[in-house]
Design a protein around this ligand. Sequence first.
Ligand code: PRT
Ligand code: MG
Length: 217
Amino acid sequence: MSAQLTLALSKGRIFDDTLPLLEAAGIQVLEDPETSRKLILPTSNPLLRVIIVRASDVPTYVQYGAADFGVAGKDVLIEHGGDGLYQPVDLKIAACRMSVAVAQGFDYASAVRQGARLRVATKYVEIARRHFASKGVHVDLIKLYGSMELAPLVGLSDVIVDLVSTGNTLRANHLVEVEQIMDISSRLIVNQAALKLKREFLQPILAAFEAASLNRT
Ligand code: PRT
Ligand code: MG
């Protein structure tokens, strides 16, 4: 029988951290996305295939039903909006935090206090917009697609909003974390129609993922 279920994952940490959860469901992915150029990967379960997409595209594939389920960071889900997605499980994988960082020596506290407009460079404009709105700080949001750390160093922005895990990237660029906005981890997301129509195939895998992620706490 051809694949009934499609799981959307991104290469790198999400793929790597999802593999043990698939193993817990008795499923092996039969090719390595780091060495294979294929974007559709078979698994040991003939009913299930994995597709490899950009991290920020995972919710889109699942929303439109091109994938039945997927794994995406809370950051990506907030920026996407989550329409048409059911989010049953926090898998607690790919954990990090969303933070505000500034160049060493920049006086963030007084910049915020003085009520001037703060120039904020980020890939996460929705999270940044909500955060500074809740503090009553006026901001000019500058959308970037990567290498946010550079922005304060060359005068593009006063601050950045970015993901931090070890803090090594900030340190290497002489930036300082001045505020933590939220903890981030990756969620299982499921297409709402698939949840109803493919329940018999999906349910055992969802249950195994949930059990495996509970073991992580
Ligand atoms: O890389 P690409 O542009 O394709 O997309 P992406 O960056 O969204 O994908 P990917 O695979 O890098 O990240 C997927 C998800 O992993 C994110 O959506 C987060 O939910 C989660 N995650 C966990 C992280 C990190 N930790 C992380 N450290 N995503 C990114 N980073 C980056 C961060 O942006 C910064 O550049 O790593 C750097 C900081 O790391 P430290 O360890 O130096 O602090
Ligand atoms: Mg990345």
